[in-house]
Ligand binder design. Structure first.
Ligand SMILES: Nc1ncnc2c1ncn2[C@@H]1O[C@H](COP(=O)(O)OP(=O)(O)OP(=O)(O)O)[C@@H](O)[C@H]1O
Length: 237
């Protein structure tokens, strides 16, 4: 069987004296979409940061395609096709939409470009309309689309979206969810973190619930929806 694109085994990490992740096992296979769920402060962002190498692992392993990358630098992981749309977006304010996109462009590790500029602009028609506008002239929703567009320009195999719809008006949220669905249908693997539980469950293949740095439940979205008590206890809905 093809090994997972990204995997954690017994992963522990934290800040200062405190341990946040208490031995997490998780794997994302090619084309799979995972919803990483849990109440505030349970460790979702910490897990993503540790998978990306932005925070060191204290114990356990991170593997990419079956290879141990626990000590590998963040930029090397990005070269392996792991792209992130961070909380807070990271768009260059003084550059145009087009410049933001072109600056991010690079082929994948095999030299292919499944996401050329034209495809990104077709996926986000709003970005095409705003091509000459500066990053700081965009609405919050447009900035978010640009952040996702920039990630796609790196031709990733796995896209990690942390709070992709945070702070956006409902209509813009719907537009972001529609594009995430399009990206999914294109076969790109994703990890999605978002407070809108219903929307996350509508786009992922599997949900994983974190409680105090441990994964306590993993399963299909319909199994989670069918268990209101579980949803209430761990997700507060
Ligand atoms: N830079 C930091 N320094 C110290 N503690 C931190 C830091 N970042 C997060 N924490 C703590 O680590 C724990 C997990 O936080 P994390 O941000 O990973 O949770 P989360 O599940 O992503 O929650 P949220 O939805 O609120 O972002 C929390 O107790 C938080 O206070």
């Amino acid at each position: 069987m093809t090994p997972p694109i990204l995997e954690a085994r017994g992963l522990q990490a934290g800040y200062g004296e405190g341990l946040v992740l208490r031995g997490v096992d998780i794997a994302v296979r090619p084309g799979e979409a995972i919803g990483l769920m849990g109440r505030n402060g349970m460790g979702k962002t910490t897990l993503i940061r540790t998978l990306l190498g932005q925070l060191p692992a204290r114990a356990g392993q991170v593997l990419a395609d079956g290879r141990d990358i626990t000590r590998e630098a963040t930029f090397r992981r990005a070269q392996r096709g792991i792209a992130v749309v961070p909380e807070g977006r990271g768009v260059f304010a003084s550059l145009s939409v087009m410049e933001n996109l072109l600056l991010a462009a690079r082929p994948d590790a095999d030299g292919r470009t499944p996401w050329p500029l034209e495809r990104v602009l077709t996926t986000f028609p709003r970005l095409a309309q705003r091509a000459r506008n500066r990053g700081d002239q965009l609405s919050g929703g447009e900035q978010q689309m640009l952040a996702i567009g920039r990630a796609l320009m790196t031709n990733p195999r796995l896209l990690i979206l942390d709070e992709a719809t945070e702070g956006l008006a409902p209509l813009l949220r719907d537009e972001i969810w529609r594009t995430i669905r399009t990206i999914r249908e294109a076969g790109l693997a994703c990890i999605v973190v978002d407070k809108t539980v219903g929307a996350v469950l509508s786009v992922v293949d599997r949900a994983e619930i974190l409680v105090k740095g441990s994964l306590v439940w993993s399963g299909r979205p319909d199994a989670l929806r069918a268990d209101p008590e579980l949803m209430h206890r761990h997700l507060g809905v």
